[in-house]
Design a protein around this ligand. Structure first.
Ligand code: ZN
Length: 229
């Protein structure tokens, strides 16, 4: 893997640790599926496992990231990432380097927008042509392998990946149903990239209701969830 190796990260975390009063610090990259980092500590020593999605970033970014983790650990509260960290996480380079890994680790994805009956790529083009979404390039659309009937859509805003449950890839369902779920996830992407967190706020709901057949789609989804299709 290109970028930082375990030696570099060790040095960076040791330096940050000293500033926070920790003399014995260990840090290694770890292949978590999601972007996350964990730590174990006792009184004197702390050992970090750092998401290897961070391994391609610059030294300044990794230093800021280590500082946020130490502050989170010491104060027990969520600390906002600095601009440098957010900037790296939102960069095209981040996606280019890490999305292939993320997809490889997501075992439940078919890795294709083409289902047996419904095609997510043409659904997305349709949404764009109707003016419901912006022109978005570089979104990875895929069906899931297993047919979850309750969780029908998933969006990684960070990796720009949208997965739709194969429970919706059914001949009995009109195509506006998977299209509606895809639309929901695309609105997450449109609105969530700035903060990298998907939320259902008021503005989100307003946009969601712009989908012409949303009520019909919702009632189809209730039927899917209760296995009546
Ligand atoms: Zn949602």
């Amino acid at each position: 893997m290109a970028g930082k190796d375990d030696q570099d990260i060790q040095e960076i975390f040791k330096g940050t640790g000293r500033r926070h009063g920790y003399d014995f610090v260990e840090a290694n990259f770890f292949p978590f599926k999601e972007l996350k980092s964990t730590w174990h500590r006792n009184r004197w020593k702390v050992a970090f496992r750092i998401s290897d999605y961070m391994s391609g970033c610059g030294e300044d970014v990794l230093t800021d990231y280590s500082d946020a983790l130490f502050r989170r650990m010491v104060n027990g509260e969520r600390v906002a990432y600095t601009d440098s960290v957010m900037c790296w996480l939102k960069s095209d380079e981040f996606i280019e380097m890490n999305r292939p890994l993320y997809l490889e680790r997501s075992r439940n994805l078919s890795l294709s927008p083409e289902g047996r009956y419904h095609d997510l790529q043409s659904a997305m083009n349709g949404l764009r042509d109707k003016g419901l979404i912006e022109d978005m390039e570089d979104v990875h659309l895929t069906w899931t392998r297993s047919a979850n009937r309750k969780r029908v859509g998933y969006c990684s805003v960070l990796m720009k990946v949208i997965a739709i449950s194969s429970a919706l890839d059914s001949l009995e369902l009109p195509s506006f149903v998977p299209e509606y779920v895809l639309y929901h996830e695309l609105v997450h992407l449109e609105m969530g990239r700035e903060t990298l967190s998907p939320r259902h706020g008021r503005e989100f709901r307003r946009k969601e209701r712009l989908f012409p057949l949303w009520e019909e789609a919702e009632s189809w989804l209730r039927r899917v969830a209760s296995q009546k299709t």
